[in-house]
Design a protein around this ligand. Structure first.
Ligand code: SF4
Ligand code: SF4
Length: 177
């Protein structure tokens, strides 16, 4: 099949109007405000509820909120969480009720940022933060340990202060630290 080409007009054969049209587009972009983001110095402001990297948090008293129940480890779809319970016992002032994990690791290369760990945690101990930029030079570096997760998570204000009555009980019973 032979495709019949349209004959070019005189102006089209000159190519000058097409060139000028191209220059016009270039010039309009040249005069526009620069919108290039200077990453990593500048970062996106993520919307509320954004699901970034999961980190562990401490309570306002500075204690690890995680009690090694391992629900998050069980529910995590790609098996990115590994917990070794139990670590140090709970603080005496709250009746030793907490059992912090001995080791807590999240493989950030496996994590799919689904948020199931945050959903399932009965202690509000793990939160998906706004951090979307995770880098490392090796696979090992991308496995975050407990100390790193806690330092990145920081302190979280408790919504549910379920151990408070335990602290009161402990004080009433004259429990010594
Ligand atoms: S966000 Fe999802 S994939 Fe990542 S650690 Fe939590 S449960 Fe696992
Ligand atoms: S982070 Fe929450 S769900 Fe996971 S082990 Fe700790 S207390 Fe349990």
């Amino acid at each position: 099949m032979i495709v019949k080409r349209e004959k070019l007009s005189f102006w089209e054969r000159l190519y000058v109007p097409a060139l000028l049209g191209g220059f016009k587009v270039t010039l309009s972009h040249f005069l526009k405000k620069n919108i290039t983001m200077q990453y990593p110095e500048q970062k996106w402001a993520v919307p509320p509820g954004y699901r970034g990297a999961p980190y562990l948090v401490k309570n306002p008293e500075g204690r690890t909120k995680c009690v090694s129940c391992q629900l998050c480890e069980f529910v995590c779809p790609p098996k990115a969480i590994r917990i070794t319970p139990p670590g140090p016992g709970g603080a005496p002032e709250v009746g030793n009720v907490e059992k912090s994990p001995k080791a807590f690791e999240i493989d950030m290369l496996r994590c799919i940022f689904c948020g199931f760990c945050q959903e399932v945690c009965p202690e509000e101990a793990i939160f998906l933060m706004k951090d979307y930029s995770l880098t490392g030079l090796s696979r090992k570096e991308m496995v975050y340990d407990k100390e790193k997760l806690l330092s990145l998570g920081g302190v979280h204000q408790d919504k549910i202060r379920k151990w408070e009555h335990k602290a009161e009980e402990a004080l009433e019973q004259g429990m010594k630290p």
